[in-house]
Design a protein around this ligand. Structure first.
Ligand code: SAH
Length: 657
């Protein structure tokens, strides 16, 4: 419950206030009305997203911002009599019931009217009456109205509605075609005088009735867009991943210092295999020696020990990648890459070997153990102090989120000082330790840094999604910078992380509406063109994903991409695999045509095809998000490594299953 309250507050601040909605009564009302009650039960968790949602009878509940925009334009006064046409879910009516004296609401579909009536009763909105009927005729018995609000788009302003408006009354209505309308405010300034203002472009479901559209809405066929034609010209066909030439295209980006390779899901084999082949070429031909991935540092460190032949892990070390979602790294494609990487390193001196590192911060206990193991060996006295400091976090070991919850309720960060003191101590004594063995110190120092950042991360989780997301991506970026610095001036890195981390956040909803940044954006800001961001996409196929966090991995069917997405444009190119070079000046027409924002699909470790539009699509500007985009029309799920190792068998080392 509190969670919905927090989301509602965040919705008002980031979607309404940030976009200029100012009316204090309206903002207060929208902070109060439980929007989750107005959507079908399966969609409650998306109720505060910045989007319209489908409701019963094939209709939609308007995006919160659009509701706010219309109600602000209506300038509702406490004594006002209001007519609403197109009640839909009843959400706007419930908000208006808190702003005016009485709301008369008409809905064409009885199913919706009945649901809305129930919700009004539940919420105690006694000043709202809902009836079924054709709202384009108005409600003459109760006219005139100070405010008329129409939540469906008609071809023109219905005559009866003008007539039922009081002098000085405001009528807010979308007017135009069935795909797009202009939001109009009509103020009645005299008996026959009306003042009209255009408030901008909007998209509403059709207003159907005697003074609206006739009959059911006609199916809208998406026109073949110019963007599609330009895209077809710009797409460079690529051979299959296993073909010797597949990765040659990367040469044109190889003068970069950091190349970030994305993925459109956390469970697609093609994305892993393509990134492996590209990375191989960057290592073999272009001197890259750092592979930094969206995995936890201590877990990736076990792989790194193996591939750089740094010796077996401590006997006590826990096997890596046991946490959900294990298939992300414990899969056949990663295994094949790790095998190759070790073989590549075998013939090389240690300074020229390529390493495998984790950018993520979820395994806090793994990092604590690693710091203690290191100090036990190097400096037992310091180990005793560290043990005492980290004991502060011990009670939350298996559930670090509970630490964050406690920190909020106690009002202070109980373990913050201890973890920072530990990090500082380790760096103060760096010289003494480093003299012994460079990489083991580097590893311990990074683990200590991770514990400090994770402590802050788990606290931030309770302030809101944006804060914790940003802390996590900053941590990833700091880890990358730290690696590049540690490996010297000429060092170059390949990063593997989800499109949502590596595609410049400023070109997506995350950055534009939610205040989130990511490692791709930070790399661009810091390295300019010496950072290249490469995204991946797909139309359909299968994917390995869970239905809920901590759930079992399933192989799920990926829905064909939506007609209004970048993916659909790519699908219509008609090529199985292609590269789109989005750098400035390479394909200027295609780039310009693709600048118009569209939906883009993001599948993570969770995939819910049933609610795909709201769980997985978000608006983006592809050419600003990435320097290049690699397309696999059809893709397949990764194959996880088997869950258990035979006693004594070591052949799956370093995964230690
Ligand atoms: N503000 C509502 C939006 C509902 S969508 C919400 O946020 O939930 C518009 C609604 O208008 C649909 O439910 C549709 O059935 C209804 N509608 C369309 N034509 C109508 C008409 N002539 N009279 C009354 N309702 C109509």
């Amino acid at each position: 419950m509190t969670d919905f309250k927090n989301r509602r507050e965040a919705m008002v601040d980031t979607q309404l206030v940030a976009r200029g909605i100012r009316d204090p009564q309206l903002l207060a009302a929208m902070r109060e009305v439980s929007r989750e009650m107005f959507v079908p039960p399966g969609l409650a968790e998306f109720a505060y997203e910045d989007t319209p949602l489908p409701i019963e009878a094939g209709q939609t509940i308007s995006q919160p911002y659009i509701v706010a925009l219309m109600l602000e334009a209506a300038e509702i006064q406490p004594d006002d009599r209001i007519l609403e046409i197109g009640v839909g879910s009843g959400y706007a009516a419930a908000v208006m019931s808190r702003l005016g004296r009485r709301v008369h609401a008409i809905e064409r579909q009885e199913e919706l009217a009945a649901l809305a009536r129930n919700r009004m009763a539940q919420l105690g909105c006694e000043n709202v009456v809902v009836r079924t009927g054709d709202g384009t005729r108005g409600w003459p018995e109760n006219a005139p109205f100070d405010v008329i609000l129409v939540a469906a788009g008609g071809p023109a302003v219905p005559r009866p509605l003008r007539e039922q408006l009081a002098i000085d009354g405001r009528l807010v209505i979308p007017v135009g075609g069935t795909d797009e309308q202009r939001l109009m405010r009509v103020t009645r300034t005299g008996d026959e005088e009306f003042f009209e203002e255009d408030l901008g472009a909007v998209r509403f479901v059709p207003l159907i009735g005697a003074h609206g559209w006739r009959g059911e809405e006609k199916a809208v066929v998406a026109p073949r867009t110019a963007a599609g034609d330009w895209l077809r010209d710009a797409a460079e066909r690529l051979p299959g991943i296993d073909d010797a030439g597949f990765a040659h295209f990367i040469d044109r980006f190889a003068d970069a210092r950091v190349i970030l390779l994305g993925e459109a899901s956390h469970g697609t084999s093609e994305f892993y295999r393509a990134r492996a082949v590209i990375t191989r070429r960057l290592i073999e031909e272009h001197g890259f020696t750092i592979v930094a991935v969206e995995a936890d540092w201590p877990d990736a460190a076990a792989i790194d020990r193996h591939v750089r032949l740094r010796g077996e892990p401590a006997a006590t070390a826990a096997p890596p990648f046991r946490r959900f979602p294990s298939w992300m790294w414990k899969n056949r494609d990663v295994e094949a890459f790790v095998t190759w990487l070790r073989r590549w390193n075998e013939g090389r001196e240690s300074t020229r070997r390529a390493g495998f590192y984790g950018l993520d911060l979820y395994n806090m206990t793994g990092s604590i153990d690693a710091v203690l193991t290191y100090l036990d060996r190097e400096d037992p006295e310091a180990a005793a102090v560290a043990r005492e400091r980290y004991a502060c976090l011990a009670p939350f070991g298996s559930d670090p989120a509970s630490y964050g919850r406690m920190a909020i309720s106690e009002g202070y960060a109980r373990c913050e000082e201890a973890v920072i003191a530990q990090l500082r101590d380790l760096f103060l004594r760096a010289r003494a330790y480093e003299a012994d063995e460079g990489d083991d110190f580097l590893d311990a120092a990074q683990n200590a840094r991770l514990v400090a950042n994770a402590e802050a991360y788990y606290r931030a989780m309770f302030y809101g999604a944006a804060e914790s997301w940003n802390l996590r991506d900053r941590h990833m970026f700091d880890t990358l910078k730290f690696l590049l610095a540690a490996k010297g001036k000429a060092a170059k890195a390949v990063v593997w992380a989800h499109n949502s981390h590596i595609g410049d956040a400023r070109a997506t909803d995350m950055g534009r509406n939610r205040g989130e940044l990511n490692i791709g954006q930070l790399c661009r800001e810091h390295y300019g063109d010496a950072a290249r961001l490469i995204g991946f996409g797909t139309h359909d196929g299968t994917v390995a994903a869970a239905t809920d966090w901590d759930g079992e991995m399933e192989v799920k069917q990926v829905n064909p991409s939506r007609p209004d997405s970048y993916e659909r444009l790519c699908h219509e190119v008609g090529q199985e695999i292609f590269l789109l070079d989005l750098r400035d000046g390479v394909h200027p027409e295609a780039r310009a045509a693709l600048l118009e924002p569209r939906l883009e699909r993001f599948i993570g470790v969770i995939y819910r095809p049933e609610t795909e539009r709201w769980s997985h699509y978000s608006t983006a500007i592809l050419p600003e998000q990435f320097d290049a985009w690699i397309w696999f029309d059809r893709t397949t799920a990764v194959t996880p490594l088997p869950g258990r190792q035979e006693p004594g068998a070591r052949d799956t080392f370093p995964f230690g299953l």
